[in-house]
Design a protein around this ligand. Sequence first.
Ligand code: AMP
Length: 398
Amino acid sequence: MGMMNKMTVADIDLKGKRVIARVDFNVPLDENGNITDDKRIRAALPTIRHIIDQGARLILVSHLGRPKNGPEAKFSMKPAAERLSELIGKEVQLAADVVGEDAKAKAAALKDGEILMLENVRFHKEETKNDPDFAKELASMADIYVNDAFGTAHRAHASTAGLADYLPAVSGYLIKKELDVMGKALEDPERPFVAILGGAKVSDKIGVIESLLEKVDTLIIGGSMAYTFFVAKGYSVGTSKYEEDKVELASKLLAKAEEKGVNLLLPVDNVVGKEFDPNTESKAVDSDKIPDGWMGLDIGPKTVELFSGAIKDAKTVVWNGPVGVFEFERFAVGTRKIAEALAASSATTIVGGGDSAAAIEQMGFSDKITHISTGGGASLEFLEGKELPGIAVLNEKK
Ligand code: AMP
């Protein structure tokens, strides 16, 4: 699923055209409606600048939050439109609706180089249903469709895929960058290629584990997922969180790794606690010696060494998911050490998933990582080798 043959905004004449661009301005807001992190808006700036610099008339469309019952002020795109205006130093008009009279009138009145933001596209339930009439209404305002919302590219919604049925469709620079970097890692990685998967559930990551076993030299598994693998190996795991119904699958994956010659690394020690509590009593124990009544909450110091060593020797590293309960300060050490190892590495480093990306950012390591994916779910599906609907609909280069 390379991006080599998909058209981008750079491949199409935009002058004087009305361009509808799907962006991911689903930014976090505090209780007063102020944006607490604008990185998603910043990530779309290269595409937005390109479109207006080419002399096009830009109509932006995004969702924000999960409105369930039509228009609601707390889900308005207003804060995002205002922040974009500050960042780009240009007026950004806000329509009062999505495909209503106000949106259509403002879209029709746009001049070359001007920007209009539509209201939250999820104010219409037709959006997530990918309703063709709704997509057609959206399309009626424009001549060209640009998709630059990687975070929703794994969804087939009206604004993330449906629009391509009615308009020429190209990607923006953000989607291009996501696919260039991750596509290269999957199709033609520099080796050794190491993947680190953490997080809670094997069930969420089976597809990714299976697909990565075909590609990587080393697969590292941390987080509570590791305990399902421990049970498969016959270790007792105390009260650690694991998935009973995935033990057999974990055994199969261990066998598959062996058959493929993949070095599958599990934690050799763990920081265990008495309770799932930030202040619980804790200690480090080897993986085959987890005492009854204790639960694994983080990787232990020997494991930090083991995993960091594998990362140090790698030429390509992909990381998705925390290796411990990083929400609790005392059990965030392992996840931080992994972040440090990635930051110190000269390999191509790719981080996906909200939690791992947040760990990197909190530690100020963003500049030391080759690529932090803006889409958690989308990047996982991409790593699984699935076709993302928001990419699949884009026009091929001629
Ligand atoms: P995911 O959404 O699958 O990436 O999982 C992220 C969650 O996994 C985080 O909320 C972590 O607290 C949790 N997690 C990681 N390690 C453990 C563990 N040893 N026990 C319980 N939860 C864990």
